[in-house]
Write a protein of this length. Structure first.
Length: 431
């Protein structure tokens, strides 16, 4: 039965592209994305997410937009070209809006597209992060309405949450255990077997779609809450006058201490998924306390860091208004070009409000994307002759770890290490 599968992956970003490549080693696969420039780049062998192994992409790539292959991947922005698929996997973004409410527009748009193509016997699998119940309450009725088919009679649905860790070259797609689920017991088995063909770490078949959805939401909510506790400790210990990392090292000598660290919590998952879970809870009449309090703490850390830097500048007798600062890094994590929900922009805007002139440098981020999405103009390189009153290491890119900060230290520059990645004796403060 698996041999007859033709798979279409909807959305070729950080999640969809690696997934399409792995499935294409075993099945005929179509990768679909509405972004035509993304399709052109991939056809030219360029992946600006840096998630795909370009050698593997080349090995499975099929130039013709055709299903007449036993294995291989073709990519397209033309919806009709994926109509012959009998398994549709949705990997589109599920962001939040300005009010921290789920923005389901990309998900529902993709659902309508698939609904127009559905045929009897087809399976739709959602990987996009949602709140528990979203697949059955929002997506399935839309698939029925658009296709005219009957759920669990004519077509079937599954949910298998993505677990991609952007920038991680060790814990890659195939090495992370996959949670699967299906709308009937038989379909759950079929979907589980499908993923077992590519996931060497194995699979975990959840008893229902809602359970699978909830498992994804709490994975990141748990990390968010633990990091928020570390951030709150950082706020407390800063007032006491002790180093948070020293405290954590001491506490970490006990075997059951959880070794989380303080930091800026951004990205497409940890800073977003808790709001999806909270949204569902509120809709059921329960206002979550712990989840949202953790979000509040994490969302204020950019403001805290900027305030701390200004205080250090004053201690070193720098004039604040018009002072020059270098902010190193804008992506949400090290060695990764992903800028989604980067909280480093909060530091930038807060320093600007103090009157500080801020240069932002990140060799991995797209200058155009940062300008369009964050409204920040990156510099193309660090001017070795420019004097800075403050230098902030916001992301622990490998390039930054090799950077020579000595001249700044000698020039009375405030050096703030937001990632605790440099020698503690070299920096003025760290998070």
């Amino acid at each position: 039965m698996l041999q007859q599968k033709k798979i279409a992956v909807i959305g070729l970003g950080y999640v969809g592209l690696p997934l399409a490549i792995e499935f294409a080693k075993h099945f005929p696969v179509a990768g679909f994305d509405i972004n035509e420039s993304r399709i052109r780049e991939l056809k030219a062998g360029i992946d600006n997410t840096h998630e795909a192994e370009l050698k593997e992409l080349k090995n499975v790539f099929v130039k013709a937009e055709s299903w007449k292959v036993e294995t291989g991947l073709f990519i397209t922005s033309i919806l009709e070209n994926i109509q012959a698929a009998n398994v549709f996997i949705v990997t589109v973004p599920t962001p939040i809006d300005r009010y921290n409410s789920p923005d389901l527009r990309p998900l529902l748009t993709a659902t309508v597209m698939i609904g127009k193509l559905l045929k009897p016997g087809d399976i739709v699998i959602y990987e996009s992060t949602v709140y528990p119940g979203c697949t059955e309450e929002e997506c399935i009725p839309l698939l029925e309405a658009t296709s005219g088919l009957i759920f669990n009679i004519d077509f079937f649905v599954g949910y298998s949450p993505e677990r991609i860790n952007p920038g991680d070259k060790i814990n890659t797609l195939t090495k992370i255990k996959k949670v699967t689920s299906g709308s009937t017991p038989a379909i759950a088995d079929e979907i589980d077997e499908l993923y077992k063909t590519i996931i060497t770490a194995g699979t975990h078949k959840a008893p229902s779609i809602k359970v699978a959805e909830a498992s994804k939401a709490i994975e990141n909510a748990q990390r968010d809450i633990n990091i928020s506790f570390m951030n709150e400790l950082a706020l407390i210990f800063d007032r006491i006058g002790i180093d948070t990392n020293d405290v954590l090292e001491a506490a970490g000598t006990k075997w059951n201490f959880l070794k989380f660290k303080p930091g800026l919590v951004g990205g497409h998952c940890i800073s977003v998924d808790p709001y999806y879970l909270a949204h569902k809870a509120v809709s059921l009449g329960y206002h979550p306390q712990v989840i949202l309090s953790g979000r509040r703490v994490n969302d204020m850390m950019g403001e805290f860091v900027a305030g701390k830097i200004v205080k250090l500048m004053i201690e070193k007798r720098h004039k604040i208004k018009g002072a020059q600062a270098l902010l190193m890094g804008i992506t949400f994590k090290e060695n990764c070009p992903d800028i989604r929900n980067s909280k480093i922009s909060d530091i930038y805007h807060e320093l600007k409000q103090f009157g500080v002139e801020v240069d932002v440098y990140d060799p991995l981020a797209s200058i155009e994307q940062v300008k369009d999405e964050l409204g920040i103009q990156l510099i193309s390189g660090v001017d070795p002759l420019k004097a800075y009153a403050a230098v902030i290491i916001a992301v622990a890119h490998n390039e930054f770890l090799q950077f020579d900060f000595k001249k700044y230290k000698e020039a009375n520059t405030v050096i703030f290490d937001a990632k605790a990645c440099l020698d503690r004796n070299f920096v003025d403060a760290r998070l």
